[in-house]
Design a protein. Sequence first.
Length: 329
Amino acid sequence: MFGEKPQELPHRVAFILVPEFTLMPFTSAIEPLRLANRQSNVKLYEWSTHTVDGNEIISSSGLVSKVDSNLEGIHPRADVIVCGGTNVHKYVFKPIVNWLRTASRRGANIGAMCTGSHILAAAGLLDDYRCTIHWNNIPGFVENFPEINVTGHLFDIDRDRFTCAGGTSSLDMMLTLVGSQHGQDLAASVAESILHSPIRHFSESQRMSLPARIGARHPKLVKIIEQMEQNLEEPYSPSFLAKQAGLSARQLERLFRRYLDRSPKRYYLEMRLKKARSLLLQTDMSVINVALACGFSSPSHFSKCYRAFYGRTPYRERGVPVLDASKEK
């Protein structure tokens, strides 16, 4: 079980880095362990870094990181954390999947940060477990692994699996680990030293509240946008949204123009296109199925809207050569 008091010290943590991994969750996971050692004056934790081949690796920011060894150099009693980042679906390497499955069979605690959950899911290690992933990757994750219980929490600890959403959420997850193993006083002291107080609960939302995101607190506007977010595959008409909010169509138009500087129809379209881009980049769904999942009944209309908004077609977004010119319309 992840978080149980270790039978021996130091408690070992092995980080598996995949190409384009994100630095913030990685460094945010290590610092609480380093400071726990320093403030307790005991080597409570020891960590190591690994790649498939043991060679240096490039993060999503372009920084190059040296590592300690390949996967075979991971200590057999270490907790294992897969560090993902951008384009994670390209890096579901067979050696990592096979190694993780073997580690699982011997009872290792296995976790992931940011999009590393995608690799764990591809290895079949999140079946019947609760997990999370970065909010921007949830639509693609759900499409790829519809049977897995992805919560959208800041982080999740479920028996011998632990996942966090990325960013600074790994900070809270590791502070929770320190607190459960060595007491809340030490965890609080570490949190204060890195100016991170209070330690966030696992179930807290990853995203800012909707009013904070849109920069407006008008209750009817917030309610309408919530309905839009929940109905991207079969979008509601502006007239239906207006009726649900107790507004006329003209009042709805004025409300969106005043606070968001665009029409409700345009705002809704942009939401659907942003979801479409996530699915194009994070899944292997066909362009037609992406279009349907985002409320476009016609692939040609989807491609036209997508190109107008992003400056390239859905096919070009994936870098796929288009042999049929009709697909570019």
